[in-house]
Design a binder for this molecule. Structure first.
Ligand code: BDR
Ligand code: CA
Length: 303
């Protein structure tokens, strides 16, 4: 099994990513930490707890940063709704979050683990940047970071920047300079592998998990006639099916100021960093394989 810690801002696609991580037997999800992003951190924490409760799990949830390191916080409620996970009536008797912060919980979990750990951030990287600044010793205990965020030469927030990196570019810059191997799961693949409307429709007939995902996905503000981008789910797909995603090793820098703030600049020509690389950047995906896998994962959920 692949041992992971997820740092997330549910969020419709975050909820779907959590669904896969919780239910796939090949993934061992040890901890969920939350961050402000799609909605405020009190809401993303509540939403993470709703998913944990929905699947009757006892995976710990720790609340993290309320705002980015330096930049002003801007949510994405226009896409993910006021609650962040609209359209489904989740149980209301929710478990409590841990009495420690996301940074403390991440530190404790990483230092206590004897096997290599993969970090999977699907929101902005504020908690991870704070963790590395406060506890640099954790770095050598992290195997890799498989992060949703960024893009090569496109954006969904500005023409240059993807939402997670745009939300906290300073944190993203710290993560990309951390020295830990990073897999950048960005818009280049997530906008290609849309979950088709045919599959979204089918979800509701699979089981209660499918019904829940269907009900929230149809409320995604970016859902259109082609389907719905399941951005964060691509991280879990990569962990389980790396063969379906093409990556290129390169150096990635993050722009932290100016009109291109939040842009991830991949040195695709290998021109500026003496051949050194800090990331595997996802450049292509088998969209049919992603769709088939997504449906199969949901079908196999036992509740
Ligand atoms: C990212 O932004 C968020 O709105 C999504 O949950 C995803 O993590 C896509 O740019
Ligand atoms: Ca997210």
């Amino acid at each position: 099994t692949i041992k992971i810690l997820m740092d997330t801002d549910p969020g419709i696609d975050d909820a779907a990513a959590l669904t896969m991580a919780i239910n796939d037997p090949k993934i061992d999800l040890k901890l969920i930490t939350t961050v402000a992003g799609n909605v405020t951190v009190d809401k993303t924490t509540k939403n993470a707890l709703k998913i944990v409760r929905f699947f009757n799990q006892d995976i710990p949830v720790a609340a993290g940063a309320e705002q980015p390191l330096f930049k002003d916080f801007e949510d994405a409620a226009r896409i993910h709704g006021e609650s962040g996970m609209p359209g489904y009536d989740f149980p209301t008797d929710l478990p409590k979050p841990l009495h420690k912060t996301a940074v403390e919980a991440l530190h404790d979990e990483i230092m206590a683990s004897s096997d290599p750990i993969t970090l999977v951030p699907t929101g902005s990287y504020t908690n991870i940047a704070l963790l590395f600044s406060e506890y640099p010793e954790v770095k050598s205990h992290i195997d890799r970071i498989v992060a949703m965020g960024g893009a090569l030469g496109m954006g969904n927030m500005t023409s240059a920047a993807e939402f997670n990196v745009f939300t906290d570019p300073d944190a993203a810059a710290i993560v990309y300079k951390s020295g830990i191997p990073i897999v950048m799961v960005g818009l280049d693949i997530t906008m290609k592998a849309l979950l088709t409307n045919e599959n979204i429709e089918k979800l509701q007939h699979l089981n209660e998990a499918g019904q829940m995902l269907h009900d929230i996905i149809i409320n995604d503000g970016d859902h259109n006639e082609k389907g719905s981008a399941m951005h964060d789910v691509n991280t879990i797909f990569y962990l389980l099916h790396p063969e379906a995603i093409t990556t290129k090793d390169m150096w990635v820098d993050v722009i932290t100021q100016g009109p291109a703030i939040g842009e991830t600049v991949g040195d695709i020509r290998g021109a500026y960093h003496d051949g050194k690389t800090n990331a595997k950047v996802s450049v292509d995906i088998d969209a049919d394989a992603f769709n088939d896998w997504f449906m199969e994962e949901v079908k196999n959920i036992k509740m």
